[in-house]
Design a protein around this ligand. Structure first.
Ligand SMILES: [Zn+2]
Length: 509
């Protein structure tokens, strides 16, 4: 709740002085002419003072800020219909209190006049001096002899205890923005005084009032409480919300849920729970984050805000804190420029200029570093491409070499096989045909065939140890008679041909 404030000033309307046909207790009547011409002297050339008891040596308790000439005002009792209405702004604390408690009420004007006329003989007393008629006395007809004031210049207005004009006094008092008849005010003083302190504090809190209006414009997500309560769209409002929670009597669950939300939203404004708080309750920031408001909570908060509509808004200290300075993204605190003196602005401008230069330098350095990194990576990429190409070339070279070697191996295998098979003739055509035939077989197959052939030859060689060089024998002794001559060799040659037959058969399958 807003704390009742000391009232700095109060405006009051006064029925300051009534004019003709009214004659006051001092037997003085002001003409309408005098009033019409003289009223402006209330505020010109300066606002006349509001005094107490016509004491011109004392400090004014306020000033007259406005005048009006009121005519034919109807009243419920015999109050004169024409008067000068003044608005006085009372600024003296003691006098405000006296106005509000009814001690100050009746007033009297102080004035100078250069034209006063006797009602009985019309003598201009201000020019010709006093006549024989005594004002306030009655003539033979029973009428009161009075002075007619036909020119007037006002000098001050005073609260007095015994006014000559018995109807001169406080007419209305301003409570907040409303004007209330003074008597009504006095009759309902206690209630209205409570209002005046509340309303006054509202008028002084322009920012909070604006926030009230802005509340409806904020998006739903800007609030931490139900029904657009606890706005948290800036630091001041988060602070205000947390403060209200701390002194409120809301249920623990309600408090915890709102508090968690305020802290979550307040994080970006630098509002966070202390490490101790978090240690005590690690869930502090997530309490009720997904829970809907219960009906009890809604009613609880609604009821509270009905009586304290703006309790969740910042007060003067909060708004001062946020409006006096502006925190930039870089964390530089810039005071309100309009409040700064020229030299302060110069210092700030210089600092900002330097910050800008620093930022530019940092930026340039960063860009340079980035460029260098990119160049470096590009070069590495190019290098790796080159290396890749080189590797590929090597691989291709190896593949070529491998192919060449494979061919050589195959040729060699074929050559060997054909050599082994063609032990019995040197027919070139048959040789070519064999080579052609074996060329169609794989290296593995050729290798196997050669292995088999060698095994055969080798076993023959081992069993017939006396045949030292079979190939030579075979090549030279190419006839049956020679073979028959050597019995031992016959058997061996048979085996040999068997071998070749078998091979031929196998290869021709
Ligand atoms: Zn006279």
């Amino acid at each position: 709740m807003t704390k009742p404030k000391q009232i700095d000033s109060i405006d009051i309307k006064l029925k300051a002085t009534h004019f003709e046909p009214f004659i006051n207790k001092n037997a003085v009547k002001y003409t309408e002419n005098a009033i019409t011409k003289g009223a402006k002297s209330w505020t010109k050339p300066y606002n006349k003072p509001q005094l107490v008891g016509h004491d011109k040596t004392s400090s004014p308790i306020g000033r007259i800020i406005k005048y009006e000439i009121v005519k034919n005002q109807k009243s419920t009792y015999d109050e004169p219909a024409n008067y000068v209405r003044l608005t006085a702004r009372i600024t003296d604390k003691d006098s405000i209190e006296k106005v509000l408690d009814g001690r100050f009420n009746t007033v009297s004007v102080g004035s100078k006049s250069s034209r006063v006329v006797c009602s009985e003989c019309s003598q201009v007393i201000t020019e010709d001096g006093l006549c024989d008629h005594k004002k306030g006395s009655y003539n033979e007809k029973g009428d009161m002899i009075h002075w007619i004031i036909d020119q007037i210049e006002y000098t001050e207005d005073s609260f007095v205890n015994e006014p000559a004009d018995e109807f001169a006094g406080i007419e209305e008092v301003q409570i907040g923005s409303k004007w209330i008849p003074y008597q009504d005010f006095l009759d309902n003083r206690t209630t209205l005084l409570k209002e005046i302190t509340m309303e006054d504090s509202v008028t002084t809190q322009t920012d909070a009032k604006l926030s009230t209006e802005a509340r409806n414009k904020l998006s739903e997500s800007a609030f931490c409480g139900p029904g657009r309560s606890f706005p948290a769209h800036d630091k001041a409002h988060v602070t205000a919300g947390l403060r209200l929670l701390n002194r409120s009597n809301f249920s623990d669950a309600t408090k915890a849920k709102i508090k968690a939300c305020l802290y979550r939203k307040g994080k970006r404004y630098g509002i966070a729970p202390s490490a101790d708080e978090l240690q005590e309750n690690p869930d502090l920031l997530i309490v009720g984050v997904d829970d809907a408001w219960t009906e009890e909570q809604r009613v609880e908060l609604e009821t509270f805000f009905k009586d304290n509509p703006d309790a969740d808004l910042p007060d003067e200290t909060d708004t001062t804190e946020t409006t006096d300075t502006t925190k930039t993204d870089s964390g530089v605190v810039i005071p309100n420029l309009k409040d700064m003196k020229k030299d302060e602005l110069l210092v700030l401008a210089t600092k900002l200029q330097k910050d800008l230069e620093d930022a530019k330098t940092a930026h340039t350095t960063e860009v340079t570093t980035k460029d260098a990194t990119i160049a470096d990576l590009t070069k590495k990429l190019e290098d790796s491409v080159i290396v890749g190409q080189q590797k590929e070339e090597e691989i291709n070279k190896f593949l070529d070499e491998h192919a060449v070697l494979s061919k050589k191996l195959r040729d060699s295998l074929i050559s060997n096989i054909v050599d082994l098979k063609m032990t019995d003739n040197i027919n070139e055509a048959e040789r070519t045909s064999l080579v052609e035939k074996y060329s169609k077989r794989s290296v593995e197959s050729l290798s196997d065939t050669l292995q088999d052939l060698r095994t055969q030859v080798s076993s023959n060689t081992q069993t017939n140890s006396d045949v030292k060089v079979p190939n030579t024998t075979l090549q030279t002794d190419d006839n049956n008679s020679a073979a028959k001559e050597q019995n031992i060799n016959d058997e061996k040659l048979d085996d040999k041909f068997k071998l070749f037959d078998r091979d031929r058969n196998s290869t021709e399958e």
